[in-house]
Design a protein around this ligand. Structure first.
Ligand SMILES: [Zn+2]
Length: 405
C-alpha cells in the first residue's frame, strides 16, 4: 500500500516522522523535549525530523512554552494551510468535491446533481472535470496536494480503490483509483461512505479519543463504519458493517440487495416517504402535503422533519417509528460489536431527537447488559460534511498515522 503512494507523499513516509507529526497534531502546541519524552525517541532524532518537517512546511514554530529553568522551549504546531487534500463524497443524489486543508476544513466545495441513468464513464468524467475545475480556480500548486480521498456508497474494495457495486446507481466495478490516478498526479484512496464517515468522526467529530466506535450512516441505505481498537475494520471481503442488509422482518419488503425485510427497507429514508404517502392515501390529515404543495415526490426526510418540528402528528409518528426500527438494528449491532459509542449520521439523522429518542429508548430497554444498554448514542458532529471530512481523512491518516496497518 505504502509503496504505491506517489509524488510528494512518498517523502512523508517514515515511521518516526509520522509518529512525531501525529504527536504535534494531537498534543500541539508541543515542545521538542515533550515529543521526545512522549514518543520515547532521543532528542537528536526528534530535532532532525522536526527540522525536516519545518523544511517541508508541515510544521510551524510558534509561541514560547513555559521554561522549567533555562531557555523557554519553542512550541510546534501543524501548519494546516501548507498542504491540501481533495475529499470527494459520491452520494445517492449528488457528487460533492471539496478541497480541504490539513485540518479537513473545506476551502472550496463543488456540488453536482446526478442525472438519472448515467453510466460509470459519465460518473468518472464528472468527478474528473469537477476536480479539474477546482484546481483551475484555486491558486494551489499541485505539489502541495497530498491526494484524493473518496467516500462512495455501496460495496467498495478499498485496497484496489474500486466501487464494486453502487446500488443507488445500479453500477458495478467503477475503477475510481486507477482512472483518477491516470488523470491526476496524486494518490487516490477509496472507501465506503459509512467507513469514511466513521474515520472522520474518529479524527474530527464525536468519536475523538474513542477506541471502539460504530458510525451508522442512515439515508436511502444504511451502512456502518466500525472502528476496533482505533482502526477501521473492513472484514475479510470488505462488507463488515453492512447493517442495512441485516434482516429484521421476515415478511418485509424487497430490498435493493434482493432479500426481503432488510433493516434499510424499514428504517431508510425511502420508507419514511412511503409511510407518509400511505397514510395520506388513507385520508390522514397532515401539513406535509402543504409543505410539498401537493407533490408527493417532493416528500423527503427533511420535509417530514420540518413538519414534525411544527407539531404535525403524522410526521412525528413516522419519524418515531423509523427510530424504533433503527433502535432494533442498533441493539443487534451493539450486542455484536460492543462499541463505546454509536454515532448516527446521514440524512435521516438530521431529524434529530424525533429519531434519536426512540433509538435510545429501544437500546436502553433491549441491549444485553447494563453497560451495553447505556452505550452512548449521538448524532454526527460533522453533519452534512461528514463523508467529505472522512474522505479527506483517508489521506490524512496516511500522512499522520504511525500505526501503519
Ligand atoms: Zn438488503
Amino acid at each position: 500500500m505504502v509503496a504505491s503512494m506517489t509524488g510528494s507523499f512518498q517523502l512523508m513516509k517514515s515511521l518516526n516522522r509520522s509518529l512525531i507529526l501525529n504527536m504535534i497534531r494531537v498534543y500541539g502546541p508541543i515542545s521538542r523535549a515533550e515529543i521526545a519524552k512522549k514518543a520515547s525517541l532521543t532528542p537528536p532524532t526528534v530535532t532532525n525530523i522536526v527540522n525536516e518537517l519545518l523544511k517541508d512546511e508541515l510544521v510551524l514554530e510558534g509561541k514560547m512554552g513555559v521554561s522549567k529553568g533555562g531557555r523557554k522551549p519553542i512550541l510546534l504546531t501543524i501548519n494546516i494551510e501548507s498542504h491540501f487534500i481533495f475529499g470527494v463524497d459520491v452520494g445517492a443524489q449528488e457528487v460533492r468535491i471539496a478541497l480541504t486543508n490539513l485540518n479537513a476544513d473545506v476551502i472550496c466545495l463543488k456540488r453536482s446533481k446526478m442525472s438519472k441513468g448515467f453510466t460509470k464513464e459519465e460518473l468518472l468524467a464528472m468527478i474528473k472535470q469537477n476536480i479539474q475545475e477546482v484546481l483551475d480556480k484555486e491558486p494551489v500548486p499541485e505539489n502541495k496536494i497530498l491526494g484524493i480521498g473518496i467516500g462512495m456508497h455501496g460495496i467498495v474494495d478499498h485496497e484496489k480503490g474500486i466501487a464494486v457495486y453502487a446500488p443507488n446507481f445500479g453500477l458495478s466495478d467503477i475503477r475510481l483509483k486507477e482512472e483518477l490516478e491516470k488523470t491526476f498526479p496524486f494518490p487516490v484512496k477509496v472507501e465506503n461512505d459509512a467507513r469514511a464517515l466513521a474515520l472522520g468522526e474518529l479524527w474530527f467529530g464525536h468519536g475523538q479519543e474513542k477506541q471502539n466506535l460504530v458510525c451508522v450512516n442512515v439515508g436511502v441505505g444504511i451502512g456502518a463504519g466500525i472502528i476496533l481498537n482505533g482502526r477501521l475494520y473492513h472484514g475479510e471481503h470488505g462488507i463488515a458493517g453492512e447493517i442495512g442488509h441485516t434482516i429484521i422482518d421476515l415478511n418485509g419488503r424487497r430490498c435493493s440487495c434482493g432479500n426481503y425485510g432488510c433493516l434499510q427497507t424499514v428504517a431508510g429514508s425511502n420508507r419514511i416517504r412511503d409511510r407518509v404517502i400511505e397514510e395520506i392515501s388513507l385520508g390522514r390529515k397532515t401539513i406535509i402535503i402543504d409543505l410539498v404543495e401537493g407533490n408527493a415526490e417532493w416528500i423527503t426526510g427533511e420535509v417530514v422533519h420540518e413538519a414534525a418540528k411544527q407539531g404535525d402528528a403524522l410526521a412525528i409518528e413516522v419519524l418515531q417509528q423509523t427510530g424504533r426500527y433503527l433502535g432494533i438494528g442498533l441493539t443487534n449491532l451493539i450486542n455484536f460489536v460492543n462499541p463505546e459509542k454509536v454515532i448516527i449520521g446521514g440524512g435521516v439523522s438530521r431529524a434529530g431527537e424525533f429519531i434519536l429518542d426512540p433509538v435510545r429508548e429501544i437500546v436502553k430497554s433491549r441491549a444485553l447488559t447494563e453497560s451495553a444498554r447505556s452505550t452512548e448514542i449521538e448524532a454526527s458532529k460533522l453533519g452534512e460534511k461528514g463523508t467529505i471530512t472522512g474522505a479527506a481523512t483517508l489521506i490524512l491518516a496516511e500522512l499522520f498515522d504511525y500505526q501503519i496497518s
